[in-house]
Ligand binder design. Structure first.
Ligand SMILES: Cc1cc2nc3c(=O)[nH]c(=O)nc-3n(C[C@H](O)[C@H](O)[C@H](O)COP(=O)(O)OP(=O)(O)OC[C@H]3O[C@@H](n4cnc5c(N)ncnc54)[C@H](O)[C@@H]3O)c2cc1C
Length: 209
């Protein structure tokens, strides 16, 4: 760990971003930066054998967490949208087929179904990680589905709530901005799909790029 006041660490600039503005993203330079050995995290030995595969194993644990964040944003959007729809007199009926309900209710039900699929994939991937089961495939599936669903739901809720959704007076526009990064970091949507495809088709990274 390099402490903020460590000589040789120069903070270049803070980035201005679309979303997650409460979390700083900074560009920094390390020049003649000597770090005390007490600051070392983990083993000083470089385990060559682990290499890239070792890094990828980290993702098996962290991708379900980012998927969980996307699920959280999607859930917040759905809960707030439900309140807004109720206020507007839109009834959501779980005993009537969506096509027999108002367009707004049908859209809400479709989003909830998508949300549930993403949530279950995320729970599965996280449960496997917690229980020491190989979960690369499930972690990438969960991240791909939840990242896409979170972004999709956040934007659809902005639209469904009209001017309230788009304005800064409520949290919808913030959630829509915050959701996108969850589809990008810890591996983008496209990279997750690539990982899933490689696993399902039994292809190496050289065979499927
Ligand atoms: C705000 C923010 C915070 C971040 N925080 C962290 C952090 O804390 N720790 C950390 O390690 N990283 C962090 N990152 C980095 C982040 O994980 C990467 O930016 C992200 O994984 C994308 O990688 P890249 O930037 O190298 O994009 P690139 O690999 O350059 O990709 C650019 C685009 O091309 C697409 N693409 C690339 N290869 C393929 C392919 N083979 N097929 C199809 N499409 C492809 C990608 O999907 C993407 O859309 C952060 C990034 C941001 C923006």
């Amino acid at each position: 760990m390099v402490e903020r006041d460590n000589p040789g660490l120069k903070l270049d600039r803070l980035e201005h971003k679309l979303g997650i503005r409460a979390s700083d993203t900074a560009n920094f330079v390390l020049e003649d930066c000597r770090v005390p050995k007490e600051n070392l995290l983990g083993s000083p030995e470089i385990e060559v054998k682990q290499g890239f595969a070792g890094v990828m194993q980290t993702f098996d644990n962290t991708r379900p967490l980012v998927a969980g964040m996307a699920i959280g944003v999607a859930r917040a959007c759905l809960e707030a949208t439900r309140v807004r729809l109720q206020e507007a007199g839109v009834e959501i009926d779980y005993d009537t087929p969506p096509h027999s309900q108002s367009a707004a209710a049908a859209e809400f039900l479709a989003m909830e179904a998508d949300f549930e699929a993403a949530r279950l994939l995320t729970l599965q991937a996280a449960w496997m990680a917690d229980n020491g089961k190989p979960n690369s495939l499930q972690a990438s599936m969960a991240k791909a589905k939840a990242g896409r669903t979170g972004t999709d739901i956040a934007l659809r809720c902005v639209a469904l709530c009209g001017s309230v959704g788009y304005g800064e007076g409520d949290l919808f526009e913030k959630w829509a901005r915050d959701a996108k990064i969850l589809d990008l970091f810890e591996g983008t949507q496209q990279i997750q799909l690539l990982v899933v495809a490689r696993q399902l088709l039994g292809k190496t990274s050289a065979e499927l790029k």
